[in-house]
Design a protein around this ligand. Structure first.
Ligand code: ZN
Length: 590
């Protein structure tokens, strides 16, 4: 690629820069002899090791080893490429850039693009002023205030309002010398059925969509009334605006992202504003939930080397699937992705409003790796109440676990997670991942392969095993049997087996019912009760807690599916309680 700007232009730009002023915008400098010293804007430190040579217009840091001139400073800190950094500095220090020979057509395209950008910039200013000054924008102002957004943050993102009238923008922009054709090309006007032009955005809250350098390329627009059709509309694809490259807020997020080494990706405009306001300035939003390669590239640039990208999408299905897709397309990149688990039915802006910014920061700290997230999703996808579902979940999960390095803490963690959710011993999962057949006795509780499959006996899952334990444990067993509700048992046969055992204490095979399934189940229970060791109180207690935990998890999934928040809260508390009891019961000697 030929150089964009002449060497002479670049030199003149370097010379025009006031290095102390440029750096001072990012970190406070004080004079020490011939140099200027301050805290390094590239790494976190408490004592200054960042130094600027005003004369030679260079900087370096003794702490992290960065160094360079004004162009590298802007490139690194603002995540710009070389020509972008040169342009930014030239604009700031009033240097006219000369381009290397340019063919007339390319020049024509560039000039047209610059016109469209100027038009979009003017329009963003118009909408922003209109939001604060127009009477008709009052409801929009109220709505934004109701979301907890301050005038400062709205101002810094230049949030605006488009008048309801048909042609306010058209008329104003033409008065400023723009042609109707340019308004169409910039996506600001549309053709009416009559053939005439009208404003594309009317009666909507306007979010300017800027590129990394803060140049407005298009708009996202939120409806204020139901009859307006789509709640959100965006600028349509055109010569300047490309949805697949756009990240809302990237211009405001870049500096914070470069410094913190992370970018937080959310779904909504107001989420970006709310997090920004809460001090998490390294936040951007995707336009729609499908993250593209272009966007990932931009995110990787913003997060910098060794940076991490946090995805904080909604807990609903589309948000979750979008994150898995993102993981797949990020696979080939050297990019760390983490998934932030959001509460059901709440977006990040809700979370900040209800619990403050710290709630989001806490969730960032406990974000899942993509591998953990993928395993989690696999478990959610399968019906873990059924043995076949647990089989499938294990097969799918073990392929994911195998992707983690052997003997790593990551793999260990995943194994524990799967064992816990499938209610099987850790060794069983390890054996499965390593492709070894699990030891026989592990199969009983697992509900995987039947114990005596070859003999054609009915297999017992965790619930059946518990029935057998109770049946063999006399009075204590009866006590636990009577505590088993229908919700603890995942099939009608198991419930009837429980009733039968309660009706025939000490003699499960008495009065065997005609129902062949039930008879087979009771026989299996009786055989297991006979052959197994009599369980102590602790074993009964922990197994009961295990069933209770699974019951709560099932009900929690149902409450989530129903969107029943109140019930979710109750169940989450119950789940914590049962986990605590399990922990303390496991701590006791058997
Ligand atoms: Zn440094």
């Amino acid at each position: 690629m030929p150089a964009l700007y002449t060497q002479d232009s670049i030199e003149r730009t370097r010379e025009a820069v006031d290095m102390v002023e440029l750096v001072s915008a990012k970190t406070e400098l004080r004079r020490v002899g011939t140099r200027w010293l301050g805290l390094c804007p590239f790494h976190d430190e408490r004592t200054p090791s960042f130094s600027v040579d005003a004369e030679r217009k260079l900087y370096n840091c003794f702490g992290c080893g960065v160094g360079g001139d004004a162009i590298t400073f802007v490139r690194e800190l603002e995540a710009l490429d070389f020509p972008e950094a040169v342009e930014l500095l030239a604009e700031r220090y009033n240097v006219e850039l000369k381009r290397e020979r340019e063919d007339p057509q390319a020049e024509e395209r560039r000039r047209r693009r610059e016109r469209l950008l100027a038009l979009l910039e003017r329009t963003a200013g118009f909408y922003a002023t209109y939001l604060w000054e127009a009477e008709e924008a009052r409801r929009a102002r109220d709505y934004l205030a109701g979301r907890g957004l301050s005038p400062e943050v709205l101002g810094s993102f230049r949030v605006g309002y488009a008048p309801k009238a048909w042609d306010r923008l058209l008329v104003g922009a033409q008065r400023d010398g723009f042609k109707p054709e340019e308004l169409l090309a910039a996506g600001l006007a549309q053709r009416a059925r009559s053939g005439g032009l009208l404003d594309r955005f009317r009666g909507r809250i306007m979010f300017p969509l800027a590129d990394a350098r803060g140049r407005v390329l298009g708009f996202g627009a939120r409806a204020m009334r139901d009859e307006q059709g789509a709640k959100y509309i965006n600028t349509a694809e055109n010569d300047v605006y490309h949805k697949g490259r756009q990240l809302f807020g990237i211009d405001r997020a870049r500096a914070a992202a470069a410094k913190s080494g992370r970018v937080v990706v959310v779904e909504g405009y107001t989420d970006v504003l709310a997090l920004h306001q809460a001090g998490i300035e390294e936040t951007v939003a995707v336009m729609g939930t499908a993250l593209t390669q272009d966007q990932l590239g931009e995110l990787a640039r913003a997060a910098g080397r060794d940076g991490t990208v946090f995805l904080a999408f909604d807990a609903d299905r589309s948000g979750q699937e979008a994150m898995l897709r993102a993981a797949r397309i990020a696979e080939d990149r050297d990019l760390q992705l983490r998934v932030v688990q959001m509460p059901e039915g709440r977006d990040p802006a809700d979370l900040v409003a209800a619990e403050g910014g710290q709630a989001v920061i806490d969730r960032l700290a406990s974000a899942l790796s993509m591998l953990e997230f993928a395993v989690e999703r696999t478990l959610e996808d399968e019906d873990l109440d059924r043995p076949e579902g647990r089989d499938r979940a294990l097969v799918r999960a073990r392929a994911l676990i195998a992707a983690a390095p052997d003997r790593s803490a990551r793999r260990d963690h995943l194994v524990r997670m799967v064992a816990d959710r499938l209610d099987v011993p850790v060794d069983y999962v390890i054996a499965s991942v390593q492709g070894r057949p699990p030891r026989e006795e592990m199969r009983v509780g697992a509900g995987e392969e039947p114990v005596g499959a070859k003999q054609g006996a009915t297999k017992l899952d965790a619930e059946g095993v518990f029935l057998a334990l109770c049946s063999a444990a006399g009075k204590a067993g009866e006590g636990y049997l009577s505590r088993l509700t229908d919700a603890h048992l995942s099939s009608p046969a198991l419930r009837r087996a429980r009733d039968h055992l309660l009706a025939h204490p000490g003699d499960p095979l008495a009065d065997l019912p005609e129902d062949r399934e039930l008879a087979a189940l009771l026989t299996a229970v009786a055989v297991a009760a006979d052959t197994g060791e009599a369980a102590g109180e602790t074993r009964l207690h922990t197994d009961f807690l295990g069933l209770d935990k699974r019951r709560i998890e099932r009900e929690l999934r149902r409450a989530r599916a129903d969107g029943d928040f109140e019930r979710q809260g109750e169940l989450a508390a119950a789940l914590q309680q049962v986990r605590r009891e399990l922990d303390s019961a496991m701590g006791q000697d058997p």
